[in-house]
Write a protein that binds this ligand. Structure first.
Ligand code: ATP
Ligand code: MG
Length: 677
């Protein structure tokens, strides 16, 4: 990227820059304390220095045996990082911190019921709990290195304890988002070939205690019908000895962990010396575009990448209190609640429930009480908090030095609210663009080095070299002003190793499109296709426009859905916007616009027109929506992403297909009635 001078100033200020949004700069206070202030990092991680540059990340970890080959490409595009190295993730996240930091809080747990109070788990306590549970898994459940185990757990400290116990034994964990149904869990049990399911009896959400264990019965039944036997279901108890599931446990199959643990008090388990390339976990993609893919992540490469990016992008220091609001059931939670922060010896916050219950101030109260100074969330949560309590943050006494947004493109309007109200104009923001597949960040600014630009993720991370191709495979150069398919030219340590059990799908989905030679063992011949559309500005910043399939081609003009949605969000009444293409005989496609309003506003033809006019004004007549549909709510995935695929099907009168991963399936019929009447 082009070298840009960072103007150091204690006030966030805007420098105007061509057609893009202006830059925002970090304060001198932030820069003075940042982990990474050396601008030379981009040069050190240039393509010329690839792959040796990644030694710097590997050296953040403790190895039993140091690796001897940094990148083995003999089975490209299935790569092996840090070959010959022996390492354990649980050791790196816990044991190595005990010498100097055993009494430091590793995990702050915020239960939903206020009267339960906060729990603070030290590194020493985490060590004890992980060891005891690892002993149970080994001895009682008979799990060993290389076995897969499915976890279907809510947001409680027992979840990282379980993950780290698996990692200690070299057992491959596959956590299924706790809010998923038993059948969704079953699909993942079958795909991963797990014989053991670990779950919890209940958890709190929005004021109710949810009976969760019943999902295990459904999951096991469906899995067994599909030919996958589940021998044991291990059930953690939310309140040991108090609450237990309404349905009886299945004799000989279901066991309460808390009862069994009594046999393992004081047990210690030596961490397995894993090969760097042994799988650490499986994580299924969110399912926004179709059937989830089981991404297989390795041990040494993955851990090095999330440790390095947590340190340099999240700017985590051991003395920080870091709160990432994602669910551990998604990759964000694995990389940036559990593995990255704990490997950096931070205090990481886990909270139960939702940010908006019991009231709109909950997040800011937690931040105040725990003195959180690094905050990490998604545009969907930011929009929700802006919708229901735009003035809430000001009522609480907390100070963030750093904030992250991840998961979807963020509209500049929303970015600015996040910056001004949540960050109180003080916190820097990183907009991190990445995927389940990629393990860690692909594009982002480095907080003390590269200035922020609302709506743009930023340049490629050091060592990540994005490239934009058009459909014919021509490279769209920096500043071309055209959207194309964003790919990454090189592999990196955090990248997934394959799709579990399906190498062909891995190659077809992510590499076949721009592969230069299918027999090549050279990484240069295998650009990684992310599936997203993006524009690269003149300054080397990437703006993600949504998925390739979401780009709308109107009379030969490529319009990013996100651009139109951002224009709609300028209208004060609008809380959320989603654009989908509708087939048109002449123009090819036309945009249909779906809108959800902030509370207190009602749908009307005037308002629809006002929104449509705003888009014509911001972008031009070419983007004028065919129709503005004001709906009660958007169909969303469990991770809060708007399912444009479903809206697109409704607008085009097609079958909506699989809505299994939807959080609110009932809304589909409501919208259908409106759109197809
Ligand atoms: P599936 O692959 O199953 O359809 P998914 O792509 O939603 O689901 P994830 O891996 O959770 O599953 O999400 C990654 C995608 O989220 C990216 O490809 C991109 O479209 C979007 N995304 C993530 N972070 C950002 C960001 N900061 N800016 C823009 N888009 C983002
Ligand atoms: Mg995806």
């Amino acid at each position: 990227m082009a070298e840009k001078e960072v103007v150091e100033t204690s006030e966030a200020q805007i420098a105007v820059h061509w057609q893009e949004e202006g830059y925002y700069y970090p304060s001198t206070e932030f820069i003075a304390q940042a982990n990474m202030t050396d601008k030379g990092i981009y040069e050190r991680f240039s393509l010329d220095n690839f792959p040796n540059c990644y030694k710097e990340y590997a050296d953040l970890l403790d190895w039993y045996e140091y690796w001897d080959e940094i990148l083995d490409t003999s089975d490209a595009p299935c790569y092996k990082w840090f070959k010959g190295g022996k390492i354990n993730a649980s050791y790196n996240c816990i044991d190595r911190h005990l010498k100097n930091n055993k009494n430091k809080t590793a995990i702050h747990f915020v239960p939903e019921p206020l009267e339960e109070g906060y729990q603070h788990i030290t590194y020493q306590e985490l060590y004890v709990r992980v060891n005891e549970f690892a002993a149970l898994l080994k001895d009682f459940a008979g799990l060993k290195r290389g076995d897969r185990v499915t976890l279907h757990m809510p947001m409680v400290p027992e979840l990282p304890v379980t993950m780290l116990a698996c990692a200690r034994l070299g057992v491959i964990h596959s956590q299924v988002f706790g809010g998923f149904s038993g059948t969704a869990c079953a699909d993942r049990i079958v795909d991963s070939g797990s014989n053991v399911l670990i779950t919890m009896d209940a958890y709190y959400r929005s004021g109710g205690l949810i009976d969760h264990r019943q999902n295990a019965d459904i999951a096991v039944e469906h899995a067994e019908k599909a030919g996958q036997k589940v021998d044991k279901v291990l059930v953690w108890q939310r309140y040991p000895g108090k609450y237990s599931a309404k349905k009886p446990m299945v004799e000989g199959r279901d066991f309460f962990v808390n009862d069994l643990l009594k046999n393992y008090y004081g047990a210690r388990v030596e961490p397995e010396k894993m090969n760097a390339e042994d799988p650490l976990f499986l994580m299924y993609t969110s399912g926004t575009t179709g059937k989830p893919k089981g991404c297989q992540h390795g041990t040494g490469g993955y851990l090095a990448y999330v440790t390095g990016t947590s340190k340099y992008v999240q700017d985590i220091h051991p003395e920080d209190v870091y709160w990432c609001m994602a669910d551990i059931g998604w990759i964000t939670g694995h990389s940036y609640i559990v593995y990255g922060p704990l490997a950096n010896c931070a205090s990481t916050v886990i909270y139960e429930g939702v940010p908006t219950y019991p009231d709109a101030g909950r997040s800011w109260r937690i931040a105040q009480d725990l003195d959180v100074n690094i905050f990490h969330t998604a545009p969907t949560a930011i929009r929700a908090l802006r919708k229901i309590g735009p003035d809430e943050p000001a009522k609480y006494n907390y100070h963030f030095k750093h904030m992250t947004t991840v998961g979807e493109p963020i509209e500049p309007e929303v970015w600015k609210w996040y910056h001004k109200e949540v960050g109180k104009g003080e916190a820097i923001i990183v907009d991190t663009w990445w995927q389940t597949e990629t393990g860690g960040f692909l594009c982002s600014t480095l907080p003390a080095i590269t200035p922020m630009k609302p709506g743009s993720a930023g340049p490629g991370m050091p060592g990540i070299h994005p490239i934009i191709y058009d459909d014919e495979g021509n490279v769209l150069p920096q500043g071309a002003g055209k959207a194309g398919n964003i790919c990454i030219q090189n592999p990196w340590p955090g990248m997934f190793q394959t799709i579990w059990g399906d190498r062909d799908r891995f190659v077809d989905t992510y590499f076949a499109r721009y592969c230069k030679d299918p027999n090549s063992k050279d990484w240069r011949d295998w650009p990684y296709l992310t599936g997203d559309a993006a524009v690269e500005a003149e300054d080397g910043y990437f703006r993600i426009l949504g998925r390739i399939d979401d780009v709308i081609n109107v009379s030969g003009h490529r319009l990013g859905t996100k651009e139109i949605e951002s224009a709609a969000l300028v209208v004060q009444e609008v809380a959320e916007a989603a654009v989908v293409p509708v087939n048109h005989e002449i123009k090819g496609k036309e945009p249909d616009l779906y809108i959800a309003l902030k509370p207190g506003f009602d749908a009307s033809d005037e308002l629809a027109k006002k929104i449509s006019d705003a888009i014509c004004e911001e972008i031009g007549k070419i983007a004028k929506p065919r129709k503005v549909w004001i709906v009660k709510d958007m169909p969303k995935t469990r991770s809060g992403k708007i399912m444009r695929r479903v809206l697109g099907a409704l607008s085009n009168k097609r079958d909506v297909g699989d809505v299994m991963t939807l959080a609110n399936p009932e809304i589909v019929e409501e919208i259908r009635e409106m759109v197809q009447k």
